[in-house]
Design a protein. Structure first.
Length: 462
């Protein structure tokens, strides 16, 4: 989304055959541009493919403040690493017109993970991709201009991994600031309970700010982690923030903790980790990328995901169904602390009898997912929420809702940060809190060992 509120949406339209084989499917990539009120500026533009029968997936796009847009995707990806793919590119002018024809950036690569792009306001974008290149496998970073011309040699964000390295590095995401510094995050995925969020920072000359051979831990690296893919965003030319979830992080409730951390001095000065929210039923979609978010130039952030409502079907045991509703919450960065400003609200219309179940859990066949993770983009005064619905004729339909930052459902008063807070004895029959510089007071919840809220501590002010 550009500062004036106009935005672009890219999606893959599919026509599967009866075998449900991705390498036998016809997938087409589309993009469409809208004004600030979600009125179409262009028709849906079908990206030309090299062959009409090739598979298209793993696309990523970004828009700069002038409205220039870059789109990258994988073309020809199959389920076999012997049938190699192409990494393709196209850019669009601010009025949504293609700036040229699609360009192949790389041919014959084993590409099977989502791409990531980040576009600066000086005509350069950074791209991350995961593959084997020049006999080395890893998370690659490359800088390109708006015509897809390379501005540097691609390089790996970490040392070469040994053959016996446990797990895999995956789900890389990249962000670039106006000084052309790049932060890349990724996930060290081993197994359940051993998923670690990592990052590395490089300056405009691709020199690491503080090289860690296998990447720095986003968290404190003092315990096991059950993290999802971490999401990085620059706040200015010195600071960036990373968001992630971690189902192994300590928490007072059974809900999933949503964490964020600001890094100052271009990653050299990590700030304390903050729990932004206790997620509720954050289960739909890939556990590696369960949510979508964006942050504005005023350092306000918006986030969206699918909220699950589970219930069993006694007549069809061992199956169960769930309804999914697209939900969101809003917040901002205050100083070096991420703060949530709203409760969780549902912005999509309620599902009716004409809408099929969005997920079926069958212990014999694992998950059958029928709903995509929603997407969100924002400017300083507008937010666009994009989501899908799965209708009874088995067709996905995509919708977009434009709002301002005063969402009317579930909005709470902004929380005033507590500058100085000391919990003298956080556990036991009595709890003592000492605080200062809190003119509006505070409100704290007390939980027992089972995670049940049993009391509230309040103060009206100093």
């Amino acid at each position: 989304m550009a500062p004036d509120g106009h935005f672009a949406v890219a999606w893959v339209d599919s026509a599967y055959d009866s075998t449900w084989r991705p390498d036998r499917s016809r997938l087409d990539l589309y993009i469409r541009f809208f004004d600030k009120d979600a009125n179409p500026l262009t028709d849906a533009y079908k990206i030309p493919k090299i062959l009409d029968t090739t598979w298209v997936n793993c696309h990523a796009l970004d828009m700069d403040s002038a409205g220039n847009t870059v789109l990258v995707w994988v073309e020809g990806r199959t389920l076999s690493n012997t049938k190699l793919s192409k990494l393709r590119f196209i850019s669009f002018t601010p009025d949504g017109i293609p700036a040229g024809t699609p360009k192949t950036l790389y041919s014959d690569l084993d590409l099977d993970r989502p791409l990531s792009v980040s576009l600066s306001n000086n005509g350069m974008f950074a791209m991350s991709f995961e593959t084997k290149l020049n006999d080395s496998s890893g998370r690659w970073i490359q800088r390109l201009d708006l015509h897809g011309n390379s501005l540097n040699f691609p390089f790996i964000a970490h040392d070469t991994l040994p053959d016996n390295f446990p797990g895999l590095y995956t789900m890389a995401k990249v962000a670039v600031n106006e000084s052309e510094d790049v932060v890349i995050t990724w996930l060290h995925f081993i197994e359940s309970g051993h998923n670690y969020p990592l990052y590395q920072v490089f300056d405009a000359d691709d020199y690491p700010m503080d090289w860690a051979p296998l990447g720095h831990r986003v968290d404190n690296a003092d315990s096991l982690a059950g993290a999802c893919s971490p999401y990085p965003y620059w706040l200015d030319n010195d600071r960036f923030v990373v968001f992630w979830t971690d189902y192994l992080a300590p928490r007072p409730t059974p809900n999933l903790p949503w964490l964020a951390r600001v890094f100052d001095d271009r990653g050299l000065a990590p700030q304390p980790i903050r729990t932004v929210m206790w997620g509720d039923s954050l289960h739909t979609g890939s556990p590696l990328t369960p949510f979508s978010m964006d942050i504005s130039s005023a350092n306000k952030f918006s986030c969206t995901y699918n909220r699950s409502y589970w219930y069993p079907i006694d007549t069809l045991w061992p199956q169960s169904h769930s309804w999914e509703h697209q939900v969101g919450f809003l917040g901002g960065i205050v100083g070096n602390e991420p703060w949530r400003n709203t409760t969780v609200f549902e912005y999509s219309p309620a599902y009716g009898s004409d809408t099929v179940w969005s997920m079926i859990w069958d212990s014999r066949y694992s998950f059958r997912l029928y709903l995509q993770v929603p997407a969100v983009a924002c400017s300083d005064d507008r937010i666009v929420w994009v989501y899908t619905r799965f209708q009874t004729d088995t067709v996905f339909e995509a919708y977009a809702i434009v709002s301002d930052w005063d969402m009317g459902v579930g909005v709470a008063e902004p929380v005033t940060p507590i500058t100085h807070l000391e919990i003298a004895n956080p556990i036991g029959s009595s709890i003592t809190l000492r605080y200062s510089n809190c003119p509006n007071g505070f409100r704290a919840s007390v939980y027992d060992a089972s995670g049940r809220k049993i009391d509230i501590i309040e103060s009206s002010g100093e």
